[in-house]
Design a protein around this ligand. Structure first.
Ligand code: NAP
Ligand code: G4F
Length: 327
């Protein structure tokens, strides 16, 4: 019989890439969607898999919906990707961020414990949990957490709850501590997509200036398509554990901007970029860089897409989008 997986966050960036991988492996995929007045399947459409998903309704903040869902589907695997995932919004919406990202995980884990204790659980943890903490400029599974935003704090709660259900109830739970990963279907408010979308608009003459915040922040940016393989591998491993996933290389926002303009054939990038302090955060995470050695050794996972290829892929996809629209 085909294996079954429930993917929360199915309409976001990672959900569609993961669902595509699972479908290719023969899984039946349930995708959790919440109620919308105007729902968009654009990201699933982009990967051509909308019709292959079994949509189920629920909300991470509604415990009873998750209890019913797990009881009804009893999937082999649950990948919890749902979150209020934008760090910048988490100060103004700290309570909502906590309810979705922290309590939502507790509700899902309780549902597994009560109705489907053999279900394996993946939690989308994040390098934001490290915040300002590092050893010689990089982070691994042993680096202590020092989150700098309500988002980071909510994810630390979820991380420990995931560990706790493993230790208390012997449930197969894993944390993937993923560093930033991007793609042509990355949300528009995140800096990489904001840049590649802006560069495409400037190239097409639809915009002249791109307003950004802190250009000195450094991130370890990889491709989402590579990272969902790590999620899958964690749940196929013999023993549940927690893994740092990243490229092991980092770059500043400024470097990303320069390269994006270069790939669009625009040399005078400084003419088009405006620094606007409104995009600065109350507390910044200045420098994230993964040491993904454990994942490489135990899961055989390694990032495949280079920084240059990632920026090029995103710029080309946005240029194509605007070229098609302008025809
Ligand atoms: P994303 O594009 O923002 O997608 C998040 C998804 O969560 C959306 O589909 C959203 O649904 C859903 N969601 C939000 N609130 C919900 C609720 N109350 N109930 C049910 N669903 C809800 O995020 P992503 O980039 O794919 O990231 C996936 C996960 O990995 C997130 O948990 C994120 O925090 C984590 N993470 C991401 C990165 C990264 O660099 N991308 C790195 C580390 C960790 P709607 O479409 O209905 O809004
Ligand atoms: O693209 P960002 O908004 O991503 P951030 O804050 O690193 O969070 C992302 O990665 C996390 C993993 O580390 C995930 F957990 C999280 O869900 C999300 O996917 O910002 C990246 C950097 C920041 O330092 C920010 O201050 O870019 C800087 N930045 C500079 N100008 C900007 C801007 N960020 C945004 N969003 N918009 C700007 O105009």
């Amino acid at each position: 019989m085909a294996k079954t997986a429930l993917v929360t966050g199915i309409l976001g960036q990672d959900g569609p890439y993961l669902a595509k991988l699972l479908l290719e492996k023969g899984y039946k995929v349930y995708g959790l969607i919440r109620r919308y007045s105007n729902i968009s399947f654009d990201n699933l459409d982009y990967l051509g898999i909308t019709k292959k998903i079994n949509f189920v309704e629920g909300d991470m903040t509604d415990e009873s919906s998750l209890l019913h869902l797990v009881k009804r589907t009893m999937p082999d695997e649950i990948y919890n990707l749902a979150a209020q995932s934008f760090v910048g919004a988490s100060w103004a919406q700290a309570k909502l961020t906590t309810e979705i990202n922290a309590l939502g995980v507790l509700y899902m884990l309780n549902a597994i414990k009560l109705f489907s204790p053999t279900t394996k659980f993946y939690q989308a943890s994040t390098s934001e949990m490290f915040g300002t903490s590092h050893e010689n400029g990089s982070q691994d599974e042993n680096t202590i957490f020092h989150p700098r935003s309500p988002y980071g704090i909510s994810k630390v709660y979820a991380y420990w709850m995931t560990v706790n259900f493993r230790e208390s109830y012997d449930i197969f739970t894993c944390n993937g501590i993923l560093f930033n990963h991007e793609s042509p279907i990355r949300g528009m408010q995140f800096v990489t997509r904001k840049i590649t979308d802006g560069v495409a608009k400037i190239k097409m003459g639809l915009m002249d200036k791109l307003s950004l915040g802190n250009l000195d922040a450094k991130r370890d940016w990889g491709f989402a398509g590579d990272y969902v393989e790590a999620m899958y591998l964690m749940l196929q491993n013999e023993k549940p554990d927690d893994y740092v996933i990243g490229t092991g290389e980092n770059h500043s926002v400024r470097e990303f901007v320069k390269l994006a303009f270069k790939h669009a054939g625009i040399n005078d990038w400084e003419k088009h970029v405006v620094v606007d302090v409104r995009f600065n955060r109350p507390a910044e995470v200045p420098n994230l860089k993964a040491r993904p050695n454990k994942a490489q050794k135990q899961l055989g996972w390694k990032a495949k897409t280079s920084f240059d290829d990632l920026v090029k892929m995103m710029v080309e996809a946005d240029l194509k989008r605007y070229s098609v629209k302008s025809v």
